[in-house]
Structure formats: structure tokens, C-alpha cells
Design a protein around this ligand. Sequence first.
Ligand code: SAM
Ligand code: SF4
Length: 470
Amino acid sequence: MDRILTKDATDFINDELLHSLIDNTKEDRSLLREIFAKSKSKQALTLEETAQLLAINSPEGLEELFQTARELKKSIYGNRIVLFAPLYIGNYCINNCQYCGFRSSLTSAIRKTLTEQELVAEVAQLEKEGHKRLILVYGEHPKYSPEYIAQTVRTVYNVKVGNGEIRRVNINAAPMSVEGFRIVKESGIGTFQVFQETYHKETYAKYHPAPTTKSDYMWRLNAMDRAFEGGIDDMGIGALFGLYDWRFEVLGLVRHAIYLQEKFGVGPHTISFPRIKAAQGLDMNLPYQVSDEHFKQLVAILRMAVPYTGLIMTARETSEVRDSVIEFGVSQIDAGTRLEIGGYQESREKGQELNREQFQVGDSRELDSVIQWLLNKDFIPSFCTSCYRVGRTGEHFMEYAIPGFIGSFCTPNALLTLSEYLEDYSSEKTKQAGYELINRELAKIKDLNKRDEVAAKIELIKSGKRDILY
Ligand code: SAM
Ligand code: SF4
């Protein structure tokens, strides 16, 4: 494929500027006070303001940062957490990313692409567990053309087992041409994710050796522009933390968000911030590993800097880390995750096999246990896909931009999808905790007509009706 950038492709990452912001910004109490106030009024932050948050070192500063991020998350998104599962379709790959268990030089990796029959069986299994939202993941290979990816998306949507169905398919695949993005978009996808991995050019070149396709920094940096031109306005960006200085990557992500917002009037739909995990043949003695404390800090900073965007924390993180970080701004997590290709149909007792995986999973709990954990923390586990299905793109943006949107749409829809899960898939223990939470949430709805309406819809679900949306 010819790699043709958009006509106005720009390298909007100015390495020198980002370095100088990191090197020359010192914690300043009075500036911080202004930034916290701005953030509480739900405004996005500039690069300079983000650098000020990155410079916080004092215990009081950190305390206030976490407190502000926690409040902001509650006031914008409420206490819902959206759940999804990743589904790896194939791990053939022409690239040689030095950190990845699928890289081309790893001859010991077991390569596989799901057949159509296997794909159907994997989706059926995920539906039987209660999933409604998937992200399909692919290596980069001529086998995984836009047409092929679009076909797998259509196959997934067609699988229906009992009351189960997949209502939203997101994609994480190699960046495409404008035409490629258009073809995939037409299959009915939600978000298309492409992670820049590292925004730092020298480090990028080190981990993505030439002449692989992925060695082309600008082809990747320009991906979202091409996606936009191809009709996709629901974009996910991300950085792989641990390749370079975490502060630089946070500034890179914020710069990317500002750039998209300014150019297209739409910022990224989601930001992902995976930390690098053990993979086959990877020496984990990396110079820029991110500590748990800095990880928590970076999540809180991203929450404040880009308040309209969903934040995804994946099962790369352990259950303990997820437990201590989730409240600082995360809005989506995966659960019941298996990374082996075809792994959802296998017994969980089998454990992980690194030569069949991209990297090691940190949180391997089943979906039902994750839901129980969320309920115990007073979060509403949600499978809601309503915005996407009634044509409201940019669900997180709606929540952010429209006053009262959460109360009118998001919370009721989250409760309805939770109720579906409790009726069809949950353990008895989860069912009890789930309905206790639903009752607590119903009692919080001030408009009594609305409360009765939601309660009546939940009764309908109990009597067997499905897929009721606001
Ligand atoms: N092959 C496509 C690409 O590279 O864009 C699709 C995505 S890849 C299968 C998904 C993401 O996993 C990568 O973008 C990278 O950030 C992440 N990843 C790769 N190796 C990893 C590792 N060892 N630990 C954590 N995440 C990793
Ligand atoms: Fe291939 Fe993606 Fe892994 Fe790189 S990160 S080796 S492109 S699957």
C-alpha cells in the first residue's frame, strides 16, 4: 500500500517545546490554584498548564491533584464504568516492534488467524459471559486488509446466542489509507484506535526499526487525520508508557488531543495509556519504566487536561493497581480478558502462554468477579451502547458537553444494561449486589416521573424484554 499522507499533514509534535516544558516548569502553588479552579469548571487544559501538573512533587500538590481528578470524573461521568473485552483476530505481523510478542523477528511466536468458524465461536463464548462491547485487535499484515477487517466486523455483529449480541465493535489495527478507513467505517464500527506508542521521535525510531511500515512516524501520527477524512469521527489515541519519559508522552497525548480538536472540532473519543508488560523475548530492564505512583499521577493529569475524553485502563494492569487508580478518571475497562488467539473457548485453568500472546495480562479475573468488585466500590458497571446505536457519536463528548445528559441518558441506560446482565448471566451473589446498587441509584433520581419510568423499564427487563434504550 502506498503511504500517502493527508495534503496538510503536519508534525504537530515539537520535541524541543515538550522537552523545554518538562525541564523548565517548576511546581508553583499560585498557578496550580488557578489550574485546579479551571479544571473544576470542566475546561480542557493547555500544554503549559499540563506541564505545571506534571511538575507537582509536593505531597499537598499531589493530594489536591488526585482530589480534583476524582471530583471531575464524578461530576462529568458520574459513577459508571463501561465494560468491554478485547478479541484478538490474528497475530501475523510484518512489523518488528521491539516490545511486542507478535513482532516479525520472533520465530517462536505461534501465529494464527481465527477462521470464520472460530471467530463465531469466540464471539458466542463472549456473549455467553455477558459481553456487549468488543474491541477487535489485529497485527499488521496484508492478510488483514480493510476489506478483511470489515468482514470480521460484520461477522461479529451477526452472532446472536440466546439474549446475547454484540452491540458495539471497536477496532485496534494498523493505520490505513483514507480509503481503507472508509471501508472499515462502513462495516459499522464504533471507535478506531491507533496508539502512537511514543511521541518521542528518537525513541520511536529505536523501537520500530526501518524498513518496517511502522518505522514511519508520520504515517502513524497522521492516522487520525486520514481516519477523519475517511468518515471516522470516533478516534482513540494512546501511548505505550515505559518506552520514554512518561511526562513527555502525557504532553504528546495532550498535544494530539488539542490538535484534533482544533483541526476537526472533535477531540479523541478515548485515550489509552497502557504500560509496557512482559512479552516473549522482551528484556523488561527498560530505562523509562513508569512506577505505580507516577501511573496514578498520569491518569489524574489526563483526566484534568482532556476532560471530554474517555480514559481506558486495560487488564494489562493488576487488579490491585486497577483498584487504586480507577477512581481518578477512568471511564472504561476490559474484563474477563484473554489474549491467546482463540483463548475465550479454552478453560481458564489453562493459564497464560506467552508464546501465544502479545504481552502478559495483569488482571485475569472473570467478568462476573470484575462486576462484583465494581459494585462493591459503588460503581455502576455499564454495557451501554445507546449513543452509538441511536446515532449520537462521541458518547463521552455528549456527557461532557450537554448539561444533565448523564442523568437523563447515561445513568438510566447503564442501569438497564446492568439489569440485563444480572438477569441473563450473573452469579447469585452479583445479582443481589447488583439490584441493591440499582435500587440505591433509582432512589437518587430526583425527578419522580423519570424514576418511575426507569423502574418500569427494569421490571420489563425482569419479565424478559431486552435491548431497551434511552
Ligand atoms: N498491530 C497494530 C498496531 O501496532 O497498531 C494493532 C495494535 S497492537 C496488537 C495493540 C497495542 O498493544 C499496541 O499499539 C501497543 O501499544 C500495545 N503493546 C504491544 N506490546 C505490548 C507490551 N509488551 N505490553 C503492553 N502493551 C503492548
Ligand atoms: Fe505488530 Fe502491532 Fe505488535 Fe507492532 S505492536 S509487532 S505492529 S502487532
